[in-house]
Ligand binder design. Structure first.
Ligand code: CMC
Length: 393
C-alpha cells in the first residue's frame, strides 16, 4: 500500500483533532466540552448545551439570555422557502424534505459562502439552530395537509417545536411540561457525538470550503440511514412487529445471530461503546418516568424492549461482540408515547445534531491544520488495457 494504510469504515483512523466531544467507549464516558452527559442531562437545557458546544464554555445568565434572544430572532423562514414544501409529494419522507430545504437555505443567505469570516460563520450557526425546528415541524404539517404554524417568541425552543408540530391556528395548544422535558433531554443526548458518519460527512463536504447549509444538508442525508440516525425509527418498527406478530422475542434474537440472515437487532451495538452507551442508560430512566406518569408503564412496546434487552445482554453472541442497547433503543419509545409519528424520529435527531455539526464545521474552519479531505483507495480494478472498438467487442 506504500505510504498509506487500508482502513475501510475508518476503524482506526483519526481524521481530525477536535476539542468538542470526548468519548471513552470502554468506560462508557461521554463529555461535551469536558462536562459529563449525565450532569448535562440532569441540570442543563438543550439551548444551554447548544451554547456550550458552539462556544466551548457554559454561558453566564446574561449570555444565555442573549443567546436565547438571538435564536428566537432567526426562527422564521423566508416566505419563499415555504413555497418549496409544495413541490414535494404529499407522502414524501420528512427527511427528504429536510435534506432539500436545509440545502436550499444557501440560496437565501449568501454571506454563508464567506466561510473565512467569523461573523458570517456565527450568524450561519445561529440561523441553522434557530430555523431547524420550524423546517422540521413544517415537514410534518405538510405531510398532514395542515396549515403551517409560525414560531412564537413567548415559548422556549423545545416548546416552540412541539407547538409548531401539534398546534393548529384555531386552537390553543399548550405543550405538556413532561413532554417538553423529555424532548429537551432527547435533544441534549443527541446534540453531539464526535466523528460519527454524519459529522464526518459534514466535515468532509465542508473541507472543500462549501457553505455550512450545503455541508449540513449532506450530514442530514448521512444521518437518514438505518445504521445511523434512522435506527430509532427501525427500533419501533421492530418492537411493533414483535408485539403484533405474536412471535417470541427469542425468535428475533435468534435471527440477529444467524449469519445467513441480514437482520440485526436495531438499537443494539455501537462502533465506539463497547461497555454501554451512557445515553441509553439516561434515556431508559426517562422512558420509565414518562410512561409511569402517563399511566402506560405496562405499554407492550416497552415491555418487549426490556425483555429484548435482558435476553440479548445475557446471550453469548452479544456478550462476545460487546453489543449493548444504544441511545436509539429507547428514544423511539419515548417519542412514540409523546404522539410523534415514526417518520419524524430521525428528523428530531437531525434537529438535535445540528448544533454538533455546526460546532465541528466551525472548529474545522478555524483549524490551521485542516485540509481538504481526500481519502486514498485500494485499487482492485483492471491493470492498463487497450481500448477495443465497438465492432470488436
Ligand atoms: N445485531 C446483531 N449483530 C450485530 C449487531 C446487531 N445490532 N450489531 C453488530 N452485530 C455483529 C456483526 O454482525 C458483527 O458480527 P461478526 O463479528 O460475527 O461479523 C459484529 O457484531 C461487529 O459488527 P460491525 O457491523 O462490524 O460493527 P460496526 O462498528 O461496523 O457497526 C453499528 C456498528 C451500530 C452500525 C452496528 O452495531 C449496527 O448495525 N447496529 C444496528 C443499527 C443501530 O442500532 N444503529 C444506531 C447506532 S447508535 C446511534 C447512531 O450512531 O446514530
Amino acid at each position: 500500500l506504500g505510504y498509506f494504510t487500508y482502513d475501510p469504515g475508518y476503524l482506526s483512523t483519526a481524521s481530525c483533532s477536535s476539542g468538542v466531544t470526548f468519548i471513552d467507549g470502554d468506560e462508557g464516558t461521554l463529555l461535551y466540552r469536558g462536562y459529563p452527559i449525565e450532569q448535562l442531562a440532569e441540570q442543563s437545557t438543550y439551548l444551554e448545551v447548544c451554547y456550550l458546544l458552539l462556544n466551548g464554555e457554559l454561558p453566564s445568565s446574561d449570555e444565555l439570555h442573549q443567546f436565547s434572544r438571538i435564536i428566537k430572532e432567526h426562527s422564521m423562514l423566508h416566505e419563499a422557502v415555504r413555497g418549496f414544501y409544495d413541490g414535494f409529494r404529499h407522502d414524501a419522507h420528512p427527511m427528504a424534505i429536510m435534506v432539500g430545504v436545509v440545502g436550499a437555505l444557501s440560496a437565501f443567505y449568501h454571506d454563508a459562502t464567506d466561510v473565512h469570516n467569523p461573523e458570517h460563520r456565527k450568524i450561519s450557526a445561529h440561523r441553522l439552530i434557530s430555523k431547524m425546528p420550524t423546517i422540521a415541524a413544517w415537514s410534518y404539517k405538510y405531510a398532514n395537509g395542515q396549515p403551517f404554524m409560525y414560531p412564537k417568541n413567548r415559548l422556549s425552543y423545545t416548546e416552540n417545536f412541539l407547538a409548531m408540530m401539534f398546534g393548529v391556528p384555531t386552537g390553543t395548544y399548550e405543550p405538556n411540561p413532561t413532554f417538553v422535558r423529555a424532548l429537551d433531554l432527547i435533544l441534549i443526548l443527541h446534540a453531539d457525538h464526535e466523528q460519527n458518519a454524519s459529522t464526518s460527512t459534514v466535515r468532509l463536504s465542508g473541507s472543500s470550503e462549501a457553505n455550512p447549509f450545503a455541508a449540513i444538508s449532506a450530514g442530514i442525508a448521512s444521518l437518514w440511514g438505518p445504521l445511523h440516525g434512522g435506527a430509532n425509527e427501525k427500533v419501533v418498527i421492530m418492537l411493533e412487529e414483535i408485539v403484533h406478530s405474536g412471535k417470541k422475542v427469542e425468535e428475533f434474537v435468534a435471527r440477529a445471530k444467524d449469519k445467513n440472515d441480514p437482520f440485526r437487532l436495531m438499537g443494539f451495538g455501537h462502533r465506539v461503546y463497547k461497555n454501554y452507551d451512557p445515553r441509553a442508560k439516561i434515556i431508559r430512566e426517562m422512558c420509565h418516568k414518562l410512561l409511569a406518569e402517563m399511566g402506560g408503564e405496562n405499554e407492550p412496546l416497552f415491555e418487549v424492549a426490556l425483555k429484548l434487552e435482558k435476553i440479548a445482554t445475557e446471550d453469548e453472541y452479544f456478550i462476545e461482540r460487546k453489543l449493548y442497547p444504544n441511545v436509539d433503543f429507547y428514544s423511539g419509545i419515548i417519542l412514540r408515547a409523546m404522539g410523534i409519528p415514526l417518520n419524524m424520529f430521525t428528523v428530531i435527531f437531525a434537529l438535535a445534531r445540528t448544533v454538533g455539526w455546526i460546532s465541528h464545521w466551525n472548529e474545522m474552519m478555524q483549524d490551521p491544520e485542516s485540509r481538504i479531505g481526500r481519502p486514498r483507495q485500494l485499487y482492485t480494478g483492471y491493470k492498463e488495457r487497450n481500448y477495443v472498438s465497438i465492432e470488436n467487442r
